[in-house]
Design a protein around this ligand. Structure first.
Ligand code: GAL
Length: 656
């Protein structure tokens, strides 16, 4: 496990380099990432390379025995390149080339751009292939699914559609183009989604465009990966990802890369609404789940995050160290802080690093030094991994589907997943967030939130999983669409009705309002909970009713059911419970299986477990700004262990 920093030598006077490296060494930095935006310094003129400065700084770090992770500088091509080859600039939905001067404005599919990338990457990677301190490469920076609409992308999208469907008749059929005279009579009419009224465009076509956009990015990553590997066999290859507007399919993007890297910027102002407090834990679990293995944080929160927005509060004491250790507790093997020193120039001068503009080492820097020390003391944790028994399925298809057609005010794909993640997390039950098409056999509980767009593979997987004894949780808005994003003409949840042992008689998109929900006393000794967003009015045919609606014209009708299916059980939650209700549901499911969980964790305290053979490392993290003094009990097979007391300062992490 390593702690590192992101460093931009090109932003600083050369006189500072040696001093910075010395300070980093003293602080305990073991790895530095550099160069992801340095193209204009590395190739100031077409074909004229200038790597001397990078050699020098790599050499300075090597002397200090600090490893270097280089980045391919392809996120920001130099201005000469745009001037000479304007066709590499992205075209937006209005059909115009976007103004340059910001970053990331290049078309990933452009052949000229790819060729220019190939040349600079070749220069960089072959130069350091023999240097043992250069351990690997980050491909580009925070790649999004490419929604460029330039002529190259247009032609490529057309080929994608042609290859998938063969004839225009088939496309018309798949997209339902008879609506609004949208039928293609020739492939020449297939275009990227131009225009302001994106939500009026055909959802089947939009889903394909999103898939194409993701594929373009994945293919671009593969292009860089193969090139890097051909030049340096030893190099670790990754790319740093984040949760952006147009997300690529993470599972495809990282498929052959060595590990996942994530840019982790939790909000410094603790969320007012409780439900999002566990968000960072969710993001980390999602990242670990992509390859089902440990990951890196390539950029970690270090100070207030201003620049293009007004600055939020700075990190209170304990947060900087706490959030890095939290990432490790969720499976990070390296955490690199963004950035060593806050930029004094350029667009990001108020996105704070460890050291402020003054270059005086302050409170956050000292906390960073403590972090380095703590992680060094955690050497025995090195090589440990996380093995959870609960999985939540994530799918880009649903993410695209919900964005293309929002279902009801307040219902977002991510918040649906997070609500379940939050409920299990609050019981100290570890959760893997994994690809919806993964093998599920190692899990005792699988939650499949809103499988809005289905396909035969997920249907088969979920049936097999339940048949073989798994406990499956299905939710409202499942089985709504087929793989072409067309509504399935059967009672909901259509292809999942047999699993649920119930059908939806009618639904009510209630949005942000709340309703009362009654919980059957024989199962939960609870008070009525409230539910929100969506109400499926269920008609069970096999399933038993666990909860019914407490008001409105469907008062007394089923809201949550449970069905025996093969050797397993299938829960169907036709509505979205409030947090208390969600936690009660999670606890009920866990108890029913006799699984291990924790009673008495205060809100905001997280428990995760890393394992190395027989050794177990149990982490307790106080993700709040209050001191927590509490007594908790681990429950194993329904039996409670002796109560334990824990006292945690704000953002403190304890390991045992
Ligand atoms: C990240 C990005 C960095 C830097 C940082 C702060 O998302 O990868 O390059 O821009 O945000 O703004």
């Amino acid at each position: 496990m390593k702690i590192g920093v992101d460093y931009y030598p090109e932003h600083w006077d050369k006189g500072l380099w040696a001093e910075d490296a010395e300070d980093m060494k003293r602080a305990g930095v073991e790895i530095v990432r550099m160069a992801e935006f340095a193209w204009s310094r590395l190739e100031p003129e077409e074909g004229v390379y200038s790597f001397g400065w990078l050699d020098e700084i790599v050499g300075i770090f090597a002397k200090k025995q600090i490893q270097v992770m280089l980045s391919t500088p392809t996120c920001t091509p130099p201005l000469w390149l745009f001037e000479k080859y304007p066709e590499v600039i992205q075209v937006d939905k209005s059909g115009r080339r976007i103004p340059i001067g910001i970053r990331g404005h290049r078309c990933l599919n452009s052949p000229i751009y790819r060729e220019k990338c190939r040349q600079i990457i070749k220069q960089m990677v072959s130069r350091y292939a023999e240097n043992k301190w250069v351990v690997g490469y980050q491909i580009d920076n925070e790649l999004e699914a490419s929604h460029c609409c330039c002529p190259v992308c247009e032609e490529k999208f057309r080929s994608f559609v042609k290859k998938k469907y063969g004839t225009v008749e088939q496309v018309n059929q798949a997209y339902g183009n008879s609506v609004w005279s949208g039928e293609y009579s020739s492939f020449s009419q297939v275009k990227p989604p131009f225009g302001e009224h994106q939500t009026w465009l055909n959802p089947s076509y939009m889903l394909d465009f999103n898939r194409f956009a993701s594929e373009s990015t994945v293919e671009y990553v593969r292009f860089q990966e193969e090139l890097i590997r051909s030049l340096d066999k030893k190099a670790l290859v990754t790319t740093n990802t984040w949760l952006c507007e147009n997300m690529p399919d993470f599972y495809n993007m990282f498929e052959s890369l060595d590990f996942v890297s994530f840019d982790n910027y939790p909000a410094t102002k603790l969320p007012g609404d409780n439900e999002s407090l566990y968000s960072h834990a969710f993001h980390l679990d999602l990242m670990r789940g992509i390859k089902k293995k440990n990951f890196w944080i390539m950029e970690e929160l270090s100070g207030s995050l201003g620049s293009w927005t007004p600055m939020p509060p700075t990190l209170p004491p304990g947060m900087l160290e706490g959030y890095s250790l939290q990432a490790i507790a969720h499976g990070a093997d390296a955490v690199l802080h963004f950035r060593w020193r806050t930029a004094a120039v350029g667009a990001e001068m108020f996105w704070h690093g460890l050291i402020d503009h003054s270059n005086v080492k302050g409170r956050r820097y000292k906390e960073f030094c403590d972090l380095c020390k703590t992680v060094k003391e955690w050497k025995e944790i090195e090589g440990s991994v996380i093995k959870n028994r609960v999985a939540i399925l994530y799918s880009s298809e649903q993410e695209y589907g919900f964005k293309i057609q929002p279902q009801v005010e307040g219902m977002h794909y991510f918040t649906q997943i997070k609500a379940y993640h939050d409920a299990f997390t609050s019981l100290g039950v570890g959760v893997d967030v994994i690809n919806w098409l993964s093998d599920l056999s190692e899990y005792e509980i699988v939650i499949a939130p809103t499988i809005f767009i289905t396909n035969s593979q997920i249907e088969k997987n979920l049936k097999m999983y339940a048949e073989h004894g798994g406990t499956l949780v299905l939710t409202s808005r499942s089985g709504v669409k087929d793989e072409y994003n067309r509504c399935i003409m059967q009672p909901l949840p259509t292809v999942f009705s047999e699993l649920a042992g119930a059908v939806v008689k009618e639904y009510n998109p209630i949005g942000l309002g709340t309703q009362k929900i009654e919980v059957s006393d024989k199962i939960w000794k609870g008070k009525p909970f409230t539910c929100t967003l969506w109400c499926d009015i269920l008609e069970p045919n096999q399933a038993e009713v666990l909860a019914s609606y407490g008001e409105d014209f469907y008062q007394g009708e089923a809201a949550i059911t449970r069905n025996n299916y093969g050797n397993g059980k299938v829960y169907y939650a036709g509505t979205v419970l409030n947090r208390k209700g969600m936690v009660a549901l999670a606890e009920y499911i866990v108890k029913d299986l006799g699984m291990e969980y924790v009673q008495g964790l205060p809100f905001g305290v997280e428990r995760t477990v890393r394992q190395k053979e027989a050794d177990k490392f149990v982490f307790l993290f106080n993700n709040t700004d209050k001191r927590q003094d509490f007594v908790f009990q681990e429950i194993h097979n329904g039996e409670a262990d002796a109560p334990e007391r824990a006292v945690l300062e704000p953002f403190e992490m304890a390991v045992k």
